[in-house]
Design a binder for this molecule. Structure first.
Ligand code: LLP
Length: 414
């Protein structure tokens, strides 16, 4: 089911015409569907069922407070990687005991804060981090709950920039070395070993890499048990892909069902860190065509959204569908949809057959994940507004930035 249906010529977000949203809030604007977010989260929660565990939304995929708040209300946990993400989750009403803290470069300040609020677990990514965490916990006279994020050396078969579980990647602790690191953790009095974690990459469209990684983690758990280290949970990370074009990732339910089957007979809670699969197809980027610029070689449609709003095409050669907000019967041509930024890499889509005119609205589909969160102010462009649609109502959950926002905190030399 599409949460962005077309009725006659008009493209909708749930029951609200996208053209109305553009009129009310301007462009470029990210538009998210509450029902789509709810449905995707519920697929995880339902698949987990009564198996002990947590669905921790990866905040980096979409960190808007409105989005985090609605997920928190549904009972979601959160996977964070910075003090900023911790702050957002707490502001959105997320429960600290449902937060897992990942990331290779946790600062002492962030660690201290996370310990003070009482997060569920630190996913420790290096031996140096383990020592720092143990020190800070000792200073605070507490015990830090930890998992080691291990690097299982599995090929996620995805874009190299978003593959994270190979030996040559910076993430996690080599699985071969993990038993020694667990022993060190056990010897440090201020740590409480609770689990093991991995995350092998993003936009995975096959089941096999997940299952291979899981098998390696389960073997590690058995080795640890023989050493007297018993874990309470296994965290399989995020990474499940979505359909942008014609990809056919396994459904959420079947991935989780297979994982649960592997966990049968083991007393292990299941933690997951999905980002993209919860929000990518719950959002679109609404933009307006500024000018048409047909040339001898290419037809360019210059739109008011750019690589600073959505960097995925430039960074990963990502393909995202483009839909006209109003379908027209005029002649379609092949267009490159480019932004106003001064870079050849500033395109949101290439070679799309569309009937376009200046002033038309378009929607870049499947942009709810890693869209706004990766946006910047490059070329001194104000960042887009964000809106959540619920039925036929639209809520502004982030105002468009103003010119004053652009220079906040800056000053001239005295
Ligand atoms: N857990 C950890 C430790 C992660 O590093 C990530 C994503 C996730 C969970 C969530 O993964 P997901 O379910 O969203 O695949 N900017 C890139 C994606 C980078 C993913 C980084 N880590 C993109 O736009 O494709």
């Amino acid at each position: 089911m599409s949460y962005f249906p077309r009725q006659q010529a008009h493209l909708y977000a749930e029951a609200l015409p996208l053209a109305d949203i553009a009129r009310q809030f301007g462009t470029p604007t990210y538009v998210y569907s509450r029902a789509a977010l709810t449905d995707a989260y519920n697929q995880y929660a339902t698949a987990l069922g009564d198996h002990d565990g947590l669905v921790c939304f990866a905040v980096k995929a979409n960190s808007n407070l409105g989005v985090l708040g609605l997920l928190a209300d549904l009972g979601a946990g959160f996977d964070i990687v910075s003090e900023g993400e911790l702050e957002r989750v707490l502001l959105a009403g997320g429960k600290p005991e449902r937060i897992v803290f990942s990331g290779v470069g946790k600062t002492a300040t962030a660690i201290r804060k996370a310990l003070e609020v009482g997060v569920h677990c630190f996913n420790v990514e290096s031996e140096a981090e383990l020592e720092l965490l143990a020190d800070i916990a000792k200073q605070l006279d507490t015990k830090a709950p930890i998992s080691l994020r291990v690097n299982p050396d599995v090929d996620a078969q995805t874009h190299p920039y978003i593959s994270t579980g190979l030996k040559e990647n910076k993430f996690g602790i080599d699985i071969q070395r993990a038993p020694q690191v667990y022993k060190r953790a056990a010897a440090l009095g201020s740590l409480n070993i609770v689990g093991v974690d991995c995350h092998i990459g993003s936009q995975l469209t096959q089941l096999t890499p997940f299952i291979d990684a899981l098998d390696r983690l389960l073997a590690l758990i058995d080795t640890l048990k023989a050493d007297g280290i018993v874990l309470k949970h296994i965290d399989i990370g995020g990474g499940l892909g979505v359909t942008y074009r014609d990809e056919t990732p396994p459904p959420i339910g079947s991935l989780i069902a297979q994982v649960k089957e592997k966990l049968q007979g083991r007393n292990l809670a299941l933690v997951m860190e999905p980002g993209r699969s919860i929000c990518a197809n719950a959002g679109v980027l609404l933009a307006e065509v500024l000018f048409l610029k047909p040339t001898e070689h290419k037809n360019f449609a210059i739109i008011d959204a750019a690589m600073n709003d959505n960097i995925r095409p430039a960074l990963y050669q990502a393909w995202q569908d483009v839909q006209p907000v109003e379908l027209k019967t005029t002649e379609a041509k092949t267009w490159d949809l480019v932004g106003p930024v001064c870079e050849t890499g500033d395109f949101l889509a290439k070679d799309r057959t569309l009937a376009l005119a200046a002033g038309d609205l378009i929607a870049v589909m499947s942009t709810g994940a890693y869209g706004f969160t990766m946006s910047s102010n490059y070329n001194s462009r104000t960042r887009a507004a964000e809106v959540i649609v619920d039925g036929n109502r639209a809520y502004l959950v982030r105002e468009r930035e103003t010119l004053a926002d652009l220079t906040r905190g800056e000053s001239l030399l005295p």
